[in-house]
Design a protein. Structure first.
Length: 57
């Protein structure tokens, strides 16, 4: 059920929450989304970069 790369329809409402909320959800976990995306040494900047990459076509 994870949002897929480039799936604009799935990413649109998520991006609308704002980048800070998305980074917070990655860091703390969100429903079936595991805390830290299972990357224990990733930084907030790393998460923001992955979110950018995942949400673009
Ligand atoms: C660094 C790696 C990862 C990043 C940056 C990332 C990022 C995100 C973001 C931004 C969301 C949307 C949160 C929201 O709607 O507020 C999400 C949702 C989700 N992610 Fe990840 N993710 C990562 C790794 C993973 C992994 C490893 C899994 C599964 C093993 C996973 C499973 C999910 C699922 C199931 C959702 C949907 C949660 C829901 O809407 O109920 N993610 N992820």
């Amino acid at each position: 059920m994870a949002p897929k790369k480039g799936d604009a329809e799935t990413w649109k409402p998520r991006l609308a929450q704002g980048k800070d909320v998305l980074v917070k959800h990655v860091t703390e976990g969100f429903n079936a989304m595991p805390a830290r995306g299972l990357c224990m040494d990733c930084t907030a900047e790393d998460y923001a970069a992955v979110i950018d990459w995942m949400s673009k076509p």
